[in-house]
Write a protein that binds this ligand. Structure first.
Ligand code: AHM
Ligand code: MG
Length: 342
């Protein structure tokens, strides 16, 4: 759907309109989810604008230094976190927030409490900011179990209890990808309107892909199934052509490409990091949810990623995400290495 192609179109599907349509399928809904999502969208618009000015900020003072007005410049990831926390609290629809930037869970003041839990990474891939590579925000949404007795447990639910998840990618355009459990849809920010417009309806990941995506610099420390898999990507024995390697090193951008073009993204365990690098609550779960909703799979090397039960707030897990058939292959390799060990 190319809304730019037809400037006379007056029926643009904005993200708010889209979510309201979805909610109208549930007569008991009171619009709380739309209000919550609007808070997240506002945070993403703010971060999008800040990221696009990141280079210019150097003119008035480097991050962590003072600018000409003598004000301290906040680092972009710190700023992004503050924006999301404030927007989510003032939405009046959340009870507990978990952010990559904050060590402990944030319990929303009683006066502003609502029924949702939001886990998020406000600015993932922030080491890429200074060279202008795409970065993003990742989020997942749960419902509190008992509004009268909110606890840390509410934020530690397995991924299969997620109600919705998404990400916003700050790249050549600003793209918001969302699933509320009914497929995956992508929206692009129209800067002239300040609105996200549905541009990628019903995203389905190709059943099999031609791309693998991993930090191969860690290869010397990988486990055997990962090593064998990557070898198969490069030197296939079944007559298929070798896969291409693409690795941006920014999860949102690597996952976005994987969703649209197919293939596999992996951050496996290795000897140095036996639990991988990526965090379960706000990196692994939301991306796994989106992958499954788009027809792909998400596997930890041991189990379906969404069935993990987090034990710690910032716990990590190895992760393989992508096209259905590609994940089947890695699952087979792990199964046979387990059988060999038995
Ligand atoms: P961050 O949360 O500290 O930004 O790290 C997460 C990022 C992901 O975006 C990306 O997939 C991964 O770390 C890249 O790690 P590496 O540089 O080890 O390949
Ligand atoms: Mg991160």
């Amino acid at each position: 759907m190319d809304h730019q192609a037809d400037t006379n179109r007056t029926d643009l599907m904005t993200i708010t309109r889209f979510v309201l349509n979805e909610q109208s399928k549930y007569p008991e809904s009171r619009g709380d989810f739309t209000i919550l999502l609007n808070a997240i969208v506002l945070g993403c618009k703010f971060v999008c604008s800040a990221v696009s000015k990141a280079g210019l900020a150097k003119l008035i003072g480097l991050a962590g230094e003072t600018n000409v007005q003598g004000e301290e410049q906040k680092k972009l990831d710190v700023l992004s976190n503050e924006v999301f926390v404030k927007a989510l609290i003032s939405s009046g629809r959340t009870s507990v927030l978990v952010s990559e930037e904050v060590g402990e869970a944030i319990f929303v003041p009683q006066s502003h409490r609502g029924k949702y839990i939001v886990v998020f990474d406000p600015l993932d891939g922030s080491s890429n900011i200074d060279c202008g590579v795409s970065i993003g925000t990742i989020f997942g949404i749960y419902m509190v179990k008992n509004e009268a007795k909110v606890s840390l447990e509410d934020a530690m639910q397995p991924g299969n209890q997620m109600l919705a998840a998404g990400y916003c990618m700050y790249g050549s355009s600003c793209t918001f990808v969302l699933s509320t459990g009914n497929g995956v849809n992508g929206f692009t920010l129209d800067p002239s309107l300040g609105e996200f417009i549905l541009t990628h309806p019903n995203i389905k990941i190709p059943r099999k892909g031609k791309i693998y995506s991993v930090n191969e610099g860690n290869a010397k420390n990988w486990d055997e199934p990962t090593t064998k898999y990557v070898q198969k990507c490069k030197f296939p024995q079944d007559g298929s052509p070798p896969k291409s390697l693409r690795y941006i090193g920014s999860m949102v951008a690597d996952i976005h490409r994987t969703l649209l073009y197919g293939g596999i993204f992996m951050y496996p365990a290795d000897i140095k990091s036996p639990h991988g690098k990526l965090r379960i609550l706000y990196e692994v779960f939301p991306m796994s949810y989106l992958m499954e909703q788009a027809g792909g799979q998400a596997f930890t090397g041991k189990q379906r990623a969404l069935d993990l039960v987090p034990r710690e707030l910032h716990e990590r897990s190895p992760i393989f995400l992508g096209s259905y058939d590609d994940i089947e292959q890695i699952k087979e390799l792990y199964a046979s290495s387990k059988a060999d060990c038995a």
